[in-house]
Design a protein around this ligand. Structure first.
Ligand code: DHB
Length: 388
């Protein structure tokens, strides 16, 4: 009797040890889907670099499991994003999907996240409604209404009473236009026209000519990350600044990674956004230095920060759930509150959307380099798109 008991105890111990090894070898898989080629490749490059930096700094085991980061290029085509996501869920059994460089890519994948109960961390796309497309979406980027309302509160108090809006003709641009316009009107300013340019391969020239003819105090612009340089070039070529028309917009147009290449025309441009590489905090200084060191001097932009913070949200949730998945992992992402390189950051448990500061910034030369210098802060901004 005693011997039998002893043997079964040994067997149990062996079994437990075996299970322990199996657990140690088990993986926590992150499927990171990004545009790595094509016109939005800079978004993919920034987010992948940030995710790799996060892992290098925080280790490649979490919640007792080995982290496997699977990076896939969706070429910014929604049907490709969706197909890759399906493969990652079905074949790789990823714990979490992440990335999503553009709104249509996130929207195409959201139903799959719901069906498969896979948490989906949106690190880039910024149309307000994305978090409502699936209860499994958590966002670590920002929303266009957050940035646009802040600019519409600043502009009329700073001599800008008549504006024209010029936005990329899809989700985030339409959000930017609507929330900027409504708030400007509320603040007693005039919106002379609302212009929309194609999302892909935009030729800004005819639209800028229209703006010139309307003679507003300023043109408010949203274009997706990476497109700001072409806009600035055509803005200068049309002599807009010399005609006395100011350029304002969300920080997407003065993207940190290409700001220096924009030259003098960018100098002095005021924008609103949640992140600047020159954000003055010890944590951000450390982040920027480490990112530049790991990426041949490349400056991180707001996409990098969305990726870095997304990894933080995933890692903390993986710790709490011991490398879990599904609803448990999702729930552990909700309500996270932490210091990001952008400043304080909160994942609202109700909306699964980001709450953070929006800064008003002006492009200035610092040590011979152009930076978005933050000079005013609106604290703890919730997505105005969710207001009832
Ligand atoms: C989106 C893409 C961007 O590059 C950006 O700067 C903001 C929003 C988007 O598609 O949601």
């Amino acid at each position: 009797m005693q011997k039998r008991f002893f043997l079964s105890a040994v067997a149990l111990a062996l079994l437990a040890a075996h299970a322990g090894t199996a657990l140690a070898q088990e993986k926590f898989k992150i499927g990171l889907i990004l545009p790595m080629t094509g016109p939005f490749a800079s978004t993919g490059k920034q987010i992948e670099a940030a995710a790799r930096l996060y892992i290098a700094q925080n280790g490649d085991t979490v919640g007792g499991k080995k982290v496997e980061l699977i990076v896939k290029d969706d070429t910014s085509a929604p049907d490709v994003t969706k197909r890759i996501a399906q493969e990652l869920v079905v074949n790789e059994k990823v714990n979490v999907l992440a990335g999503f460089g553009l709104t249509p890519l996130a929207m195409a994948t959201a139903p799959l996240a719901t069906q498969s109960k896979t948490p989906m961390v949106v690190m880039a796309a910024a149309t307000s409604s994305i978090t409502q497309a699936s209860p499994y979406v958590v966002r670590t980027s920002f929303t266009l209404p957050q940035a646009s309302v802040a600019m519409a509160d600043w502009a009329p108090n700073n001599g800008i009473k008549k504006v024209v809006t010029l936005v990329s003709d899809y989700g985030p641009g339409i959000d930017a236009e609507k929330f900027f316009k409504d708030r400007m009107l509320f603040n007693g300013a005039q919106v002379l026209d609302t212009l929309r340019v194609p999302m892909r391969n935009p030729d800004f020239a005819p639209f800028l000519q229209k703006v010139r003819d309307l003679k507003p105090d300023a043109v408010f612009v949203f274009v997706p990350s990476g497109a700001g340089a072409a806009l600035m070039k055509q803005f200068a070529e049309r002599g807009m600044d010399k005609a006395g028309i100011k350029l304002i917009g969300t920080g997407d147009i003065t993207d940190d990674d290409i700001l220096n290449s924009m030259g003098d025309v960018a100098n002095g441009v005021v924008t609103s956004h949640h992140y600047s590489a020159s954000h003055n905090s010890p944590l951000n200084k450390k982040f920027v230095a480490a990112f530049e060191k790991a990426n041949a001097g490349l400056r991180p932009n707001f996409m990098a920060v969305g990726g870095y913070d997304g990894m933080r949200v995933i890692y903390e949730a993986a710790k709490v759930t011991k490398g879990g998945n599904g609803e448990a992992l999702l729930n552990a992402m909700k309500g996270q509150l932490f210091e990001s390189p952008r400043g304080p950051m909160f994942i609202d448990a109700q909306t699964r959307d980001v709450v953070h500061n929006i800064y008003i910034r002006k492009v200035e030369k610092v040590g011979g380099q152009l930076y978005n210098q933050e000079f005013s802060t609106i604290t703890d901004v919730k997505d105005p798109g969710k207001a009832k």
